[in-house]
Design a protein around this ligand. Sequence first.
Ligand code: ADP
Ligand code: MG
Ligand code: MG
Length: 209
Amino acid sequence: ETPAAVAAAHEFVALLCRRLIEEEDRLTALDRAVGDGDLGTNLARGARTILSCGEELAAGNSLPGYFRGLSEAIRRVVGGTSGPLYSLLALGMAEGIGRNPEAPQPEDWGRGLEIGTALIQELGGAQVGDRTMVDALVPAVEALNGAAGDPEAVAAAAQAARHGAEATGTMVTGLGRSSYLGRRALGHPDPGAIAIAILCETAATYLAA
Ligand code: ADP
Ligand code: MG
Ligand code: MG
Protein backbone atom coordinates (compact mmCIF):
# COMPACT_ATOMS: atom_id res chain seq x y z
CA GLU A 1 0.00 0.00 0.00
CA THR A 2 1.28 3.47 -0.91
CA PRO A 3 1.32 6.03 1.93
CA ALA A 4 -0.78 9.12 1.12
CA ALA A 5 2.18 11.52 1.27
CA VAL A 6 4.10 9.37 -1.22
CA ALA A 7 1.12 9.05 -3.56
CA ALA A 8 0.67 12.83 -3.46
CA ALA A 9 4.37 13.38 -4.17
CA HIS A 10 4.23 11.04 -7.14
CA GLU A 11 1.17 12.81 -8.52
CA PHE A 12 3.14 16.06 -8.38
CA VAL A 13 6.28 14.50 -9.89
CA ALA A 14 4.22 12.93 -12.69
CA LEU A 15 2.81 16.35 -13.54
CA LEU A 16 6.34 17.77 -13.80
CA CYS A 17 7.30 14.84 -16.03
CA ARG A 18 4.37 15.38 -18.39
CA ARG A 19 5.30 19.04 -18.63
CA LEU A 20 8.92 18.20 -19.56
CA ILE A 21 7.67 15.84 -22.26
CA GLU A 22 5.47 18.65 -23.65
CA GLU A 23 8.51 20.95 -23.70
CA GLU A 24 10.86 18.43 -25.33
CA ASP A 25 11.04 20.11 -28.75
CA ARG A 26 11.39 23.61 -27.34
CA LEU A 27 14.20 22.60 -24.95
CA THR A 28 15.98 20.75 -27.72
CA ALA A 29 15.76 23.82 -29.95
CA LEU A 30 17.23 25.99 -27.19
CA ASP A 31 20.07 23.49 -26.67
CA ARG A 32 20.67 23.40 -30.43
CA ALA A 33 21.39 27.15 -30.34
CA VAL A 34 24.10 26.95 -27.68
CA GLY A 35 24.86 23.26 -27.14
CA ASP A 36 24.43 19.89 -28.82
CA GLY A 37 20.65 19.82 -29.05
CA ASP A 38 19.91 16.90 -26.77
CA LEU A 39 18.54 18.55 -23.62
CA GLY A 40 14.88 18.01 -24.50
CA THR A 41 15.53 14.36 -25.35
CA ASN A 42 17.59 13.81 -22.21
CA LEU A 43 14.94 15.24 -19.91
CA ALA A 44 12.01 13.63 -21.73
CA ARG A 45 13.72 10.25 -21.47
CA GLY A 46 14.02 10.70 -17.72
CA ALA A 47 10.43 11.88 -17.50
CA ARG A 48 9.12 8.87 -19.44
CA THR A 49 11.10 6.51 -17.23
CA ILE A 50 9.66 8.08 -14.08
CA LEU A 51 6.13 7.91 -15.52
CA SER A 52 6.58 4.21 -16.21
CA CYS A 53 8.32 3.15 -12.97
CA GLY A 54 7.16 5.85 -10.53
CA GLU A 55 4.04 4.13 -9.23
CA GLU A 56 6.00 1.00 -8.50
CA LEU A 57 8.66 3.08 -6.76
CA ALA A 58 5.99 4.78 -4.67
CA ALA A 59 4.26 1.56 -3.62
CA GLY A 60 5.04 0.76 -0.01
CA ASN A 61 7.95 3.20 0.00
CA SER A 62 8.78 6.03 2.37
CA LEU A 63 8.89 9.53 0.92
CA PRO A 64 12.71 9.75 1.10
CA GLY A 65 12.91 6.22 -0.31
CA TYR A 66 10.73 7.25 -3.25
CA PHE A 67 12.96 10.24 -4.05
CA ARG A 68 16.11 8.12 -3.68
CA GLY A 69 14.55 5.69 -6.16
CA LEU A 70 13.88 8.55 -8.56
CA SER A 71 17.48 9.68 -8.17
CA GLU A 72 18.77 6.23 -9.12
CA ALA A 73 16.38 5.89 -12.06
CA ILE A 74 17.42 9.31 -13.40
CA ARG A 75 21.09 8.49 -13.03
CA ARG A 76 20.57 5.23 -14.93
CA VAL A 77 18.66 6.59 -17.91
CA VAL A 78 19.33 10.31 -18.37
CA GLY A 79 22.34 11.12 -20.50
CA GLY A 80 24.35 14.29 -20.89
CA THR A 81 25.24 16.66 -18.12
CA SER A 82 21.62 16.79 -16.98
CA GLY A 83 21.56 13.15 -15.87
CA PRO A 84 23.86 13.33 -12.86
CA LEU A 85 22.67 16.84 -11.97
CA TYR A 86 18.94 16.00 -11.92
CA SER A 87 19.78 12.82 -10.05
CA LEU A 88 21.32 15.02 -7.34
CA LEU A 89 18.24 17.24 -7.30
CA ALA A 90 16.10 14.20 -6.46
CA LEU A 91 18.64 13.13 -3.84
CA GLY A 92 18.46 16.59 -2.29
CA MET A 93 14.66 16.29 -2.06
CA ALA A 94 15.08 12.93 -0.29
CA GLU A 95 17.38 14.56 2.24
CA GLY A 96 15.31 17.70 2.68
CA ILE A 97 12.10 15.87 3.51
CA GLY A 98 14.00 13.21 5.46
CA ARG A 99 13.63 15.18 8.67
CA ASN A 100 9.87 15.10 8.43
CA PRO A 101 9.16 12.12 6.17
CA GLU A 102 5.60 11.39 7.31
CA ALA A 103 4.19 14.88 6.89
CA PRO A 104 6.66 17.17 5.13
CA GLN A 105 5.99 20.89 5.46
CA PRO A 106 6.64 23.54 2.80
CA GLU A 107 9.98 24.32 4.50
CA ASP A 108 11.05 20.69 4.13
CA TRP A 109 10.47 20.79 0.38
CA GLY A 110 12.29 24.10 0.23
CA ARG A 111 15.21 22.61 2.12
CA GLY A 112 15.21 19.72 -0.33
CA LEU A 113 15.57 22.11 -3.26
CA GLU A 114 18.32 23.93 -1.38
CA ILE A 115 20.26 20.74 -0.64
CA GLY A 116 19.83 19.53 -4.24
CA THR A 117 21.11 22.87 -5.55
CA ALA A 118 24.12 22.70 -3.22
CA LEU A 119 24.92 19.15 -4.41
CA ILE A 120 24.71 20.31 -8.04
CA GLN A 121 27.07 23.19 -7.34
CA GLU A 122 29.43 20.86 -5.52
CA LEU A 123 29.58 18.39 -8.41
CA GLY A 124 29.52 20.84 -11.31
CA GLY A 125 31.36 23.74 -9.74
CA ALA A 126 28.93 26.32 -11.12
CA GLN A 127 28.26 29.63 -9.40
CA VAL A 128 25.54 32.13 -10.25
CA GLY A 129 26.57 33.88 -13.48
CA ASP A 130 28.14 30.80 -15.09
CA ARG A 131 25.23 30.35 -17.53
CA THR A 132 23.82 27.11 -16.15
CA MET A 133 20.73 25.74 -14.42
CA VAL A 134 22.26 27.11 -11.22
CA ASP A 135 21.24 30.60 -12.43
CA ALA A 136 17.60 29.53 -12.08
CA LEU A 137 17.96 27.29 -9.03
CA VAL A 138 19.78 29.67 -6.68
CA PRO A 139 17.31 32.58 -7.06
CA ALA A 140 14.42 30.12 -6.59
CA VAL A 141 15.95 28.83 -3.36
CA GLU A 142 16.59 32.38 -2.14
CA ALA A 143 13.01 33.42 -2.88
CA LEU A 144 11.65 30.37 -1.06
CA ASN A 145 13.82 31.05 1.98
CA GLY A 146 12.90 34.74 1.96
CA ALA A 147 9.18 34.01 1.89
CA ALA A 148 9.08 30.96 4.15
CA GLY A 149 5.55 30.11 5.19
CA ASP A 150 4.02 32.64 2.79
CA PRO A 151 1.49 30.93 0.50
CA GLU A 152 2.91 32.97 -2.38
CA ALA A 153 6.43 31.62 -1.77
CA VAL A 154 6.42 29.11 -4.60
CA ALA A 155 5.02 31.65 -7.06
CA ALA A 156 7.79 34.04 -6.01
CA ALA A 157 10.35 31.25 -6.47
CA ALA A 158 9.01 30.51 -9.96
CA GLN A 159 9.29 34.18 -10.90
CA ALA A 160 12.84 34.32 -9.54
CA ALA A 161 13.78 31.18 -11.49
CA ARG A 162 12.33 32.60 -14.72
CA HIS A 163 14.12 35.89 -14.18
CA GLY A 164 17.41 34.10 -13.48
CA ALA A 165 16.99 31.86 -16.50
CA GLU A 166 16.27 34.76 -18.86
CA ALA A 167 19.30 36.61 -17.49
CA THR A 168 21.59 33.82 -18.73
CA GLY A 169 20.93 35.16 -22.24
CA THR A 170 23.03 38.20 -21.32
CA MET A 171 25.97 36.15 -20.00
CA VAL A 172 29.02 35.61 -22.17
CA THR A 173 31.31 33.31 -20.25
CA GLY A 174 30.20 30.20 -18.54
CA LEU A 175 30.39 26.48 -17.94
CA GLY A 176 29.14 23.70 -20.14
CA ARG A 177 28.99 23.61 -23.93
CA SER A 178 27.81 27.20 -24.43
CA SER A 179 31.20 28.37 -23.08
CA TYR A 180 32.69 27.42 -26.47
CA LEU A 181 30.52 30.07 -28.15
CA GLY A 182 31.67 33.16 -26.26
CA ARG A 183 29.78 36.23 -27.44
CA ARG A 184 27.77 34.18 -29.93
CA ALA A 185 25.81 32.84 -26.96
CA LEU A 186 24.46 36.34 -26.30
CA GLY A 187 20.71 36.50 -26.75
CA HIS A 188 20.32 32.77 -26.16
CA PRO A 189 19.31 31.78 -22.64
CA ASP A 190 20.79 28.64 -21.10
CA PRO A 191 18.45 25.74 -21.91
CA GLY A 192 19.07 23.99 -18.60
CA ALA A 193 18.09 27.14 -16.70
CA ILE A 194 14.93 27.51 -18.80
CA ALA A 195 14.00 23.90 -17.97
CA ILE A 196 14.27 24.70 -14.25
CA ALA A 197 12.10 27.80 -14.70
CA ILE A 198 9.44 25.71 -16.46
CA LEU A 199 9.49 23.17 -13.62
CA CYS A 200 9.19 25.88 -10.95
CA GLU A 201 6.30 27.52 -12.84
CA THR A 202 4.54 24.18 -13.12
CA ALA A 203 4.98 23.64 -9.37
CA ALA A 204 3.58 27.10 -8.63
CA THR A 205 0.53 26.53 -10.84
CA TYR A 206 -0.08 23.14 -9.24
CA LEU A 207 0.10 24.53 -5.71
CA ALA A 208 -2.12 27.49 -6.55
CA ALA A 209 -4.89 25.25 -7.90
P1 ADP B 1 25.24 18.22 -22.44
O1 ADP B 1 25.75 19.62 -22.47
O2 ADP B 1 26.23 17.26 -21.90
O3 ADP B 1 24.61 17.80 -23.74
P2 ADP B 1 22.56 18.54 -21.37
O4 ADP B 1 22.15 19.04 -22.70
O5 ADP B 1 21.85 17.36 -20.80
O6 ADP B 1 24.12 18.21 -21.32
O7 ADP B 1 22.45 19.70 -20.30
C1 ADP B 1 22.94 20.98 -20.59
C2 ADP B 1 22.66 21.88 -19.40
O8 ADP B 1 23.40 21.43 -18.28
C3 ADP B 1 23.11 23.29 -19.61
O9 ADP B 1 22.13 24.03 -20.29
C4 ADP B 1 23.35 23.79 -18.20
O10 ADP B 1 22.18 24.35 -17.64
C5 ADP B 1 23.67 22.53 -17.44
N1 ADP B 1 25.08 22.49 -17.06
C6 ADP B 1 26.16 22.29 -17.84
N2 ADP B 1 27.29 22.30 -17.13
C7 ADP B 1 26.92 22.52 -15.83
C8 ADP B 1 27.62 22.65 -14.58
N3 ADP B 1 28.94 22.54 -14.50
N4 ADP B 1 26.88 22.89 -13.46
C9 ADP B 1 25.55 23.00 -13.53
N5 ADP B 1 24.83 22.88 -14.66
C10 ADP B 1 25.50 22.65 -15.80
MG1 MG C 1 23.03 19.06 -24.52
MG1 MG D 1 24.84 16.01 -24.81
